[in-house]
Design a protein around this ligand. Structure first.
Ligand SMILES: [Mg+2]
Length: 179
């Protein structure tokens, strides 16, 4: 987490999540075949019986972040059909203000889209107000080049449980009050 401590931060107002291996255990939601069926609070199966399970603590994390007034968005290198359906069937849609699901690795473009969309709605954010959470750091360089100094947490490396993301946001916002 050193890489975030070194630069001056602002309160986190937006958290952008990756999906595969960050929100859920399935490594490639695009490979799942529609239709999906919900098989538990946090699980679904696809038409061929492949499972997708939300990681334990993710739903609670999304709930608390949202109740704290943090804007949530999804940026995922996946086919939009599968992502939309997975979010719908697991009742996760209401948590995300914006879902950017496109089948290419240029995640910085997805972040740009998210910010443009929020800006059009009147929410103007500085890069230092954004936390990006992903299980891989391969997109970070391009994101910081095009968007700016977003904070970053690598899932399962910087944090070992979703509630540590909440702690990071709370600590950051306590140490860096707005205004
Ligand atoms: Mg991932």
């Amino acid at each position: 987490m050193i890489r975030n401590v070194l630069c001056k931060r602002l309160p986190i107002r937006l958290v952008v999540f990756d999906a595969d291996k960050t929100l859920w255990d399935n490594p490639n939601a695009s490979s799942l075949e529609l239709p999906f069926k919900r098989v538990g609070e946090d699980s679904l199966v696809d038409a061929r019986g492949n499972r997708l399970n939300l990681f334990s603590g993710i739903r609670e994390l999304l709930q608390v972040l949202r109740s704290e007034g943090i804007v949530l968005a999804l940026a995922t290198w996946n086919k939009p059909e599968q992502i939309k359906e997975a979010l719908r069937i697991l009742e996760l849609e209401p948590f995300f203000r914006y879902v950017a699901a496109e089948f290419h690795p240029r995640k910085h473009l997805l972040l740009r889209k998210i910010l443009k969309n929020l800006s059009d709605e009147g929410t103007h954010l500085k890069p230092e107000e954004i936390l990006y959470v992903d299980d891989r750091d391969i997109h970070l360089k391009d994101i910081r080049k095009t968007v700016g100094r977003v904070a970053f947490l690598q899932m399962w490396k910087d944090v070992t449980h979703p509630n540590e993301i909440l702690s990071y946001v709370k600590n950051t916002n306590l140490k860096n009050p707005s205004g």
